[in-house]
Design a binder for this molecule. Sequence first.
Ligand SMILES: Nc1nc2c(ncn2[C@@H]2O[C@H](COP(=O)(O)OP(=O)(O)OP(=O)(O)O)[C@@H](O)[C@H]2O)c(=O)[nH]1
Length: 412
Amino acid sequence: MDNQNTMREAPQTLPNGQDLVLPWHLRLPARLEQEFREQFRDAAARLIPAASVLLLAVYGLALAIEHRMAPEVTLLSWRPRLLAVMATGAVLLISRRALPWLQPAIAAMALIVACVHIYLGLIVEHPLAAAYFYIPFLAVLALGSVFRVLLYWALPISLLILAGQAAALFGLSSLTSAESLIIFAFSSCGALMSLFGQYFFERLQRRLFLSDRVLHLHRNELHAANRTLETQASEDGLTGTVNRRGMDVRLSNLLHNMQHQARGAPDSVAVLLFDIDYFKQYNDTYGHQAGDECLKAVAEVPKAMVQRATDFVARYGGEEFVIVLGGTRLRDALVFAERMRSGIERLGIPHRNSGSNTVVTISIGVACTAPGIDTAEQLIQRADEALYQAKGQGRNRVACIDEEGVLRVLAP
Ligand SMILES: Nc1nc2c(ncn2[C@@H]2O[C@H](COP(=O)(O)OP(=O)(O)OP(=O)(O)O)[C@@H](O)[C@H]2O)c(=O)[nH]1
């Protein structure tokens, strides 16, 4: 039975992008489609200058050969051909600057090149003229496989070119209909094969794009989950202060950075350890729930006082809290401690069984880094000794051990 359940509850795998269904027309939801097009266009833009130069070089070579074989044809055809050269040159020019216009510009270039050669095929009366009718096919081929134009541009332009070529071939009197049919069959089959290949290439590109997006989403989700876990693992659930584990890590890091003079690290660290006076009696008088509320209210006072990124309040355990102040000398730490003590007293949380006051109060022990006192344990130990003295001398007061190790208890 157990076995059956285990089989039914097969581990769920995360979608990896390959599982996403791509429609036959390849179109993605609007925002993704836009992003894909931009990514595809930017990737294609990198090879377009080289492709344009290659095209111009091949074209120049073909012209040179033609000129050698039949100079009278070149003489007749150079003007319209200049237009084709200019269109290719324009693509080369804008390929680095006007990215949004690049794809339509290439489509227009292919159309111009094809039209120029269809026109030449119609007007040039020479056996070589039949070769011009293969250029539209080459234009279609170049659109998809050399210039990497998106299918949405390449398909309509290619069909337009093939239609123009068919109209010209079958309306031409100098070619027999069999010759026209052969030329058209060759070039249209070639063009269709090119479009077919392009369709699957673009399908693959779109799948890769989706996989990449899904991976990206998973990565972001994992990062967010990690951040939440990290926060939860180092936060005290009741008071929202840093917990003991988090305090150990943060205080050790701060002291390590201080000792190694890391960039932005403080040159001294003060530790304030405080404890609520007669908290056992508070719990006994008002109940544990009220005790929890009291802990929360008390913790809010130092939380509102710490400002710097290095400073933090931690729950050291039970009703004991630690405040870590980076870049703070003993004198300033004592001022902070006294403000905190009086701030908590001013909260006015009634405590009728306190031995020191009618409201909730705290006692604080303060210690600061000094020569030979630079580990978390040493600092906490000093602050604890001072706290013990503050308790012993009547509670609701601040005590410290200074750099020389001398104990001082301040009157409230
Ligand atoms: N409500 C509540 N009480 C807690 C919590 N953690 C510790 N305590 C109580 O805090 C009290 C601490 O008592 P003691 O260590 O005797 O100290 P105290 O009564 O404050 O006396 P002094 O510190 O000497 O002034 C105990 O009764 C604990 O049960 C907590 O999360 N919630």
